[in-house]
Design a protein around this ligand. Structure first.
Ligand code: TPP
Length: 297
């Protein structure tokens, strides 16, 4: 942990962070994810890295949560529908204070609270177990409807990659949520365009994606935001607050395995273990990015 980020976490481990602060936090968390995945020789680097800024901005600028009371009834809900990217969520939950960062090196150790895919019964802060692609939006629609029935005002955020959009159940949930105009439901897409064994274009083309969301009756944000630019991610949050038309969907253009140049955009780095050579070559790039982001604070 670099000293400036450590100071930041000391000072405001809450939602008061600005775009440059979020950028430094995200760079630090991305590096921490890389370290853990290398040391454990397992896990999904590509999709964890592509969502670093989005999930950091959610937990350090947006979500109404209480790390001391993870099951607080009025909390905003977050569903990592792309559950394979669990190291992203674990790293960010730990640094937000849901559990000790000392747990992170135990990622995927048998018996630890941090299993390969998020498990709501094991990990404080995990709202729903995920891993089978395509379930997150259905669950999120249910959680958001439950808020209405219970007279609560919390919001429900669901984060998917394209893998979830290849699942029929997601399109059923899109139809359902539009029919009931589910208030408080925000669907976020980490659109890195690369999956496990190829590009989305090769596996199952999604374009024209914007037209599809609109045709399904969703309130789509006016642009696809750069999911690695924290100022743009904050802009997307402003859009969410700018109108009361539900349900809402926000697409972020991202890069799979962002931050390590020779890994970026390559499906080979979806879930391959980070070998020692790649680690030695890649880590300095992530460390340099962190240094740059800290210098801007
Ligand atoms: C129902 C289901 N089918 C297949 C898988 C195996 N699988 C895990 S991740 C993945 C690709 C996901 O691609 P994407 O959502 O684009 O992931 P990202 O790049 O955002 O990590 C696949 C096919 C799964 N977890 N669930």
């Amino acid at each position: 942990m670099s000293s400036k980020v450590a100071q930041l976490l000391e000072k405001k481990r809450d939602t008061a962070n600005t775009a440059p602060e979020l950028a430094a936090l995200a760079a630090s968390f991305r590096l921490a994810m890389f370290d853990v995945l290398h040391s454990r020789g397992t896990g999904h680097w590509g999709g964890a890295s592509s969502a670093a800024e989005i999930v950091t901005a959610l937990y350090f600028n947006r979500l109404k949560v209480d790390p001391k009371n993870p099951r607080w009834e009025d909390r905003d809900r977050f569903i990592l529908s792309k559950g394979h990217a669990s190291i992203n969520l674990y790293t960010i939950l730990a640094h937000r204070g849901f559990f000790s960062v000392d747990e992170l090196p135990k990622f995927r150790v048998r018996g630890s609270i941090l299993q390969g895919h998020p498990n709501m019964k094991l990990t404080p802060g995990v709202d729903i177990s995920t891993g089978a692609l395509g379930h997150g939006l259905s669950v999120g629609a249910g959680m958001a409807l439950a808020a209405k029935l219970a007279g609560k005002t919390y919001k429900t955020y669901v984060l998917s990659g394209e893998g979830c959009l290849d699942e029929g159940s997601t399109w059923e949930a899109l139809l359902f949520a539009a029919k009931y105009k589910v208030k408080g439901l925000v669907y976020l897409i980490d659109y890195n365009k690369v999956q496990l064994d190829g590009t989305s274009q090769d596996i199952l083309p999604l374009e024209p994606l914007a037209d599809k969301f609109k045709a399904f009756g969703w309130n789509l944000a006016p642009q696809f935001y750069n999911g690695h630019d924290t100022a743009e991610v904050l802009k997307s949050f402003e859009w969410i607050d700018s109108n009361d038309v539900w349900p809402k969907v926000v697409v972020y253009n991202t890069i799979k395995a962002k931050g390590v140049s020779f890994m970026e955009g390559k499906n080979a780095w979806h879930g391959a273990p980070i070998d020692d050579d790649s680690y030695a070559k890649g880590r300095p790039e992530l460390a340099a990015d962190l240094e740059k982001k800290e210098a801007a604070l």
